[in-house]
Design a protein around this ligand. Structure first.
Ligand code: LLP
Length: 431
């Protein structure tokens, strides 16, 4: 459930009309509902209440400090993948004891910083990374808590770019080789083996791949415990999908029941790394129609298709261009207008710049505001300044209040840190 709805014909977020936000802050702007975020977190947390667990919000989905803070205020930890994320997580109140660090390419300075902060564990993705962490921990006279991210070779049946648990993917250590690496790790003086980790992909709409993966991880955990390793944490990653169009993903309780069942009887704490399921439907991207024009193409009924050119583009929301993802688009002021087939496109200079293609929509006109739905996850976090477009503002709503939680970037921000090479401005001598 979420708190974006139509009231008396107008889209509101909680108690605030979206039009008011657009008028005050301008467009494009991301709008997040604090109540929805908190509600999603609590539902997820409650689903696992029967077993010891730690929720580590996967902040790559939405790293805005106020979003992270919403979850840390409710007891959440954070799943990070970079030194930048570590710093932002700590600034947003995440206790280091609830931070897990995943990713195939951790750099030396990032490992040093995570060790210095005393995070819960490194989810290690290769033997070489293990060796590097061991070496750094030795120099720092510390013991690095680790789990190995195992790749269970399970097909998550999602978009190929966001599948991670297949043999051919770059992630993790193949589950069949993991015991060997665990035994090696257990002999290192500066490594403390504490867990097993696995993440198979994102936007999963079926439960069976999760259960297959959990079953395989369980077999491994049993083996490791029999070998005398002190496995205290099983991190099952993230990946639970949401409804963008008409997908019917498992609900958190169903997902939790499956996971709890798979690890029943083990003396471990389950670590979860949900991203999208907490934030996806808690945010929208508000954008204004700039122009409309007829396309040279016709729709199925020989009527001309339309282009709706809006002020948000692929640099603001990359998902449609990158994955062909569907995001519902709704007019903020709803009136019963005739429907047309249109491409909703941005101002960027490539044909891949679209938010919707061949979409049946109410006939829009210049100045209309529209909300691009389900944009709270992997929306702003994947945005860029392509075409020198300053990144959008972000707003958080709570009840009848709203606040800017990140200012729109300015033109000056675009060139921050940039310098003109001196040899380009030196005056040339006379010829
Ligand atoms: N844990 C790990 C190790 C991950 O790699 C990810 C996501 C998550 C947790 C969180 O997954 P979630 O619960 O959000 O599905 N940009 C893509 C999604 C990329 C997901 C990358 N990893 C998109 O817009 O669909």
């Amino acid at each position: 459930m979420n708190h974006f709805e139509r009231k008396r014909g107008e889209m509101v977020c909680e108690g605030v009309p979206l039009r008011r936000i657009a008028d005050a802050v301008g467009t494009p702007v991301y709008v997040y509902s604090h109540t929805t975020l908190a509600h999603h977190y609590s539902a997820f947390d409650r689903a696992f209440s029967g077993i010891p667990h730690i929720i580590c919000y996967s902040m790559k989905a939405n790293p805005n400090g106020s979003v992270i803070r919403t979850f840390t205020n409710l007891g959440s930890g954070v799943d990070i993948v970079s030194g930048g994320e570590l710093s932002r997580a700590l600034a947003a109140g995440a206790p280091p004891s609830k931070i897990v660090y995943s990713g195939v390419g951790k750099m030396e300075w990032e490992i040093v910083e995570a060790l210095r902060q005393g995070i819960l564990m490194f989810n290690v993705e290769s033997r070489q990374e293990l060796e590097t962490i061991d070496g750094i921990a030795r120099k720092m006279r510390k013991k690095a808590p680790i789990s190995l991210r195992v790749n269970p070779d399970v097909d998550p049946r999602t978009h190929p770019y966001i599948s991670t648990g297949l043999k051919k993917n770059k992630f993790g250590i193949h589950i069949d080789q993991a015991v060997r690496d665990y035994e090696w790790a257990a002999r290192r003086r500066h490594i403390e083996v504490i867990g097993v980790d696995c993440h198979i992909g994102s936007q999963l709409t079926e439960i069976s791949p999760f259960l297959d993966a959990a079953g395989r991880v369980r077999v491994l955990v049993d083996r490791l415990i029999r070998k005398g390793l002190d496995i205290r944490f099983v991190d099952i990653g993230g990946g639970l999908g949401i409804t963008y169009e008409n997908e019917v993903p498992p609900d958190p309780q169903q997902y939790a029941d499956g996971i709890v069942d798979a690890f029943r009887g083990l003396p471990v704490t389950i670590v979860l790394e949900p991203g999208r399921v907490l934030v996806g439907n808690a945010g929208v991207l508000l954008t204004r129609v700039l122009y409309t024009k007829p396309s040279q193409e016709t729709d199925g009924k020989a009527k001309k298709k339309q282009f709706f050119i809006v002020d948000a583009a692929m640099n603001d929301l990359a998902r449609p261009s990158l994955y062909g993802s569907y995001h519902a688009i709704v007019p903020v002021a709803g009136s019963s207008r005739r429907r047309v087939v249109a491409d909703v496109v941005g101002p960027i200079c490539e044909s891949g710049d679209f938010l919707a293609k061949d979409r049946e929509l109410p006939a829009l006109t210049g100045g209309d505001l529209v909300a691009v739905m389900s944009a709270g996850g992997y929306g702003f976090s994947m945005s860029s300044t392509y075409n020198s477009r300053p990144r959008a503002a972000e707003v958080m709503v709570s009840g009848s209040r709203f606040e800017v939680v990140r200012e729109r970037e300015s033109i000056r921000d675009l060139t921050r840190g940039e310098r003109t090479a001196s040899f380009l401005t030196r005056r040339r001598g006379k010829a």
